[in-house]
Structure formats: C-alpha cells, structure tokens
Ligand binder design. Structure first.
Ligand SMILES: [Zn+2]
Length: 384
C-alpha cells in the first residue's frame, strides 16, 4: 500500500483526506477520487441521455427475459438506494423484477417494513434469504478478529451469492445493482476488497465455525459458471439517473410510506459497530466517502461536510455499540484487545489479488471498452 501523501492533508474539493489509502493530490490540491468522479460523470450521463441509455438497457433485459417468469433480479435492503432502484426498474423501465433480499440477522424493523410495503405496492415478488444466525455471527466475528477494515466482508459475499444463485436457479439473465457513485461515493480498494480466496483464508484462520449450512462462498469457478454458462450479466442502472439529494427520500415517503432508515446502510443495525470499529481502530469515518460524494454533486457544501465529520454519527452510541457486541457475543475485553492490535489489510492474507494483477492489461482494455466499470482499473491497480 503506497500512500503518497502528506499527513492530515484534506482534498481541496471534497473531504477525503490523507487517511485514505491510495489518495493522491493533483492540481490545486484536488484528490484522485474527485478526478475519478468527474470521469464517471462524463461516462454515465443522467437526464435525457441517461434515459435513452436505460431504454436500450431495458430493451436488452426485456428480450433476455422473454418466456421467463422474471426479467431481472434486483438486490434490495429496504434502504433508500435499493428501494428507489426497485421502483425505477418496475415503473420507469417497465421490467418484471424479482426482488432479492439477504438478511444477515441485523435488519432493522424499519427496513423490513419498508421492504414489505414497497414490494406490495409495486406488486413485486420478494425472495428473502435469511442467514442462520450462529453462522452469520461467527463470520462477522472472524472478520473482526482478522483486524481488517471491512467487517461486513462475509455479508457482501452472502449478498452476491444470493443474487447470483437466485438468478441461476430462476434462469434470470440480469442482476440489477444500485450502487451510486453520486450518492455513496468511491471507496478505496483496501477498505472493501472482497474475493473468494481471501474470504476462505479469513474463515479458515479466524472463524469458530468451519462447515456451513447457509453461507456459500463465491469463488472464481462460481463466477465463471454464472457468467459463461448461465450468461448472467450485472447492470448498475443507478449510474444513469439522478438520485442525489432529498428528492428520492421524499418521493419514497409520499408514494410508498417509506420511512428513513437514518443514514445510508442503517437498514442494518450492525453499522453502529462497523463505524465504531473503523473509527477507533483505523482512524477513519466511513461517512467521509459519502459526504465527499455529496460535496461533489453540490448536495452539501464542503464546510457542511467537514462540520458533520467533527462528531461521530448519531447512531454510533455507546448503547448501540454495547448492544452490537452483546449480540455478537464479543466481550468488551476482547473488543478492546482487537482495537489495540495491529491493523491488517487484505494484502496481509492469501487472496486472488496477485492473480488479478496478472490480468491488469486486459482489465484496462475492458474498462476502456466499458465492459467493466470505467473506474475498476484505477481502483484496483492505482488507488492502492
Ligand atoms: Zn477530492
């Protein structure tokens, strides 16, 4: 990990600072994550141009879904972004989605109610995969004991696995995701790297449970089967519509009785622990990434974002952190020991990353051809 920066330097445009691995400051002190954002803005237009692109994408998905029960799988959590995405797919694109939800045992009641209301009003079938709680708990604890920044690593694997396996079983050719670089920002790779070999190495070394009934890892051979044999494609439609600011929340409230889960990702109550852990152990606040995105799109001013970062998030209370530790079965003593232990990153454990590096040139070409997200090469090989 090469962090070519001066200590405590903050980007002159957003609020990403020199704590972020791989950050570099260019002309006028603007960071490379802002530059990636600007390139993505050009590559993924919204408004009329975005609608035209979505219409072509929609037609392709509709054709692939002909004679099948569903056109696409949409991953949903009950939070803002996935709720709006499901609405967009059904009502604006006129597709027949199957909503798929992965519950790791930490769903908030608000998120559950949101999801049930939304699917009922949109008349969309909802398939929920509920993880066995002892397995889910043991996997999260393994990530925490590995001392890596991304303690919801195995949940992301669970989500990917649920989406692909459902699509494969139902013969659905498209999975629709709703990650928004305009609202959620761009994470440095070192904070949220995931792959099958890395996940397996964390489980082998740190997990109390070694054989699983519910949890299914996602490995290279699974991906090859789903992509090459089953022909499943992933589309991130959020790139092509304007989802910034309060208008999305207001729309969902008015039309679907949707309730605010409080913050991006707070549809999952474990995030009180997620934020506490990284803030205390790694010295960064996950909100820095999405606040930076909001500054870039003009939803917030830079001084407003810096002000927000002066205090921990409202949901990261001592009570909530205690509740999370208790539910995870982690003692305060063990937790404090983990906070004090050496920080680790995916580069400290076996992973497929060295293999990915072998293919960096073909990956660069695929990014240029838009066959992969345009920032994938930069994120995987330059911002690290
Ligand atoms: Zn910046």
């Amino acid at each position: 990990m090469d962090n070519c920066t001066q200590p405590n330097r903050v980007c002159s445009r957003c609020v990403m600072d020199s704590v972020v691995p791989g950050i570099r400051f260019g002309i006028n002190g603007v960071c490379n994550f802002c530059q990636i954002h600007d390139r993505m803005e050009l590559a993924y237009p919204t408004g009329q141009a975005g609608e035209q692109i979505l219409s072509v994408i929609g037609e392709r998905i509709r054709r692939a879904g002909r004679h099948r029960a569903y056109d696409c799988v949409v991953g949903v959590s009950g939070g803002r972004d996935t709720s709006y995405c499901l609405y967009y797919v059904k009502e604006k694109m006129g597709l027949r989605p199957l909503a798929v939800h992965f519950d790791n045992g930490w769903d908030s009641d608000v998120a559950k109610t949101n999801l049930a209301r939304l699917c009922e009003k949109l008349d969309v079938d909802l398939h929920t995969i509920i993880m066995d709680w002892p397995e889910s708990r043991a996997l999260t604890n393994a990530n925490i004991r590995a001392c890596v920044p991304y303690i919801d690593l195995t949940d992301d694997v669970g989500i990917a696995s649920a989406l692909y396996r459902t699509a494969a079983r139902e013969s659905i050719r498209h999975i629709i995701l709703s990650h928004s670089f305009r609202e959620e920002g761009i994470l440095p790779l070192i904070w949220n790297y995931v792959d099958g070999r890395y996940t397996r190495s964390i489980i082998k070394r740190f997990c109390d449970i070694q054989t699983f009934n519910d949890f299914k890892n996602v490995d290279i051979h699974h991906m090859l089967y789903w992509i090459l044999i089953k022909g499943i494609r992933v589309v991130n439609i959020t790139n092509y519509y304007d989802d910034t600011g309060d208008k999305v929340e207001l729309f969902l409230k008015e039309n679907f009785g949707w309730e605010d889960t409080g913050q991006h990702h707070m549809d999952n109550e474990m995030f009180a622990l997620v934020y506490n852990y990284t803030r205390r152990k790694f010295g960064f606040d996950w909100r820095m990434v999405e606040l930076s995105a909001k500054v870039r799109t003009g939803v917030l001013t830079r001084p407003e974002a810096l002000e927000v970062l002066k205090t921990p998030p409202f949901f990261e209370t001592d009570e909530m952190v205690d509740y999370c530790l208790k539910k995870q079965g982690l003692s305060h003593e063990e937790y404090e020991g983990i906070i004090a232990a050496s920080n680790k990153y995916f580069t400290d454990y076996p992973s497929n990353y060295p293999l990915l590096r072998v293919f960096r040139l073909p990956i660069k070409m695929l990014c240029r051809m838009h066959a992969l997200p345009i920032h994938a090469y930069e994120k995987y090989f330059e911002c690290i």
